[in-house]
Design a protein around this ligand. Sequence first.
Ligand code: ZN
Length: 261
Amino acid sequence: MRCAIISDVHGNLDALEAVLEDAQGGQGVDQLWCLGDLVGYGPQPNECVALLRERGALCVAGNHDWAATGKMDTADFNPEAMEAALWTGTQLTAEHREYLNALPEQMQAGEESEFTLVHGSPREPVWEYLTHVSVARLNYDYFQTPYCLVGHTHVPLVFQRPTADERPPQYRTVVPVQDRVLTLGENRLIVNPGSVGQPRDGNPQAAYMLYESAAGTGSSGRRTGGTLTLRRVTYPIGSVQEKMRAAGLPQRLILRLTYGW
Ligand code: ZN
């Protein structure tokens, strides 16, 4: 099974289309997993929701999805995020609003349900930011699967829990490198594929991950040997910025796409 793992599309249709084209190239993908924040910030929220639904993506809810529909309070949002959420709310069709409102906070995916999908963290699926290993380590008790996929920070990152027999036990953070294959083993992982529509790791290219399953079984009886690969994809940033300008979205949100912050 091959899957594209995407997150934080944020109404950026050009980036989403470029990522889907990249993922469909070569052997294509069997499934599309989406870790929330389909909308908010970007100029084409309806088009992004429509495309993901058309492709049958498995999606969980992000804070921006529920902020745009009014299901969640925007009191914690910065002024630009709030402005974009309000604008997105005025744009969404009734059908897409209903779809976003009904998204689950978490789900399991994979041939043997080896992945938990959430937007923020297993402990607080919609809100918590997993930016540091000290927060990540508190989250392993909150999911049952070997691996958990998260978004929300817009930064590609892998948190690795030590195995039971590792001495001394060490929690590690791995910064994934573009196109370098990461093989899944006995360590439980929390993995962030980065953001499709608003990368914040200093690289403005759209980010996502490819997952390929494997048939091997590790000493714990768990399926191991699958792989994750970070992909970066160029898309027409200027075209998105033009659409954002035309929509009257905040200048700061337009600018940040150029730099990836
Ligand atoms: Zn986001």
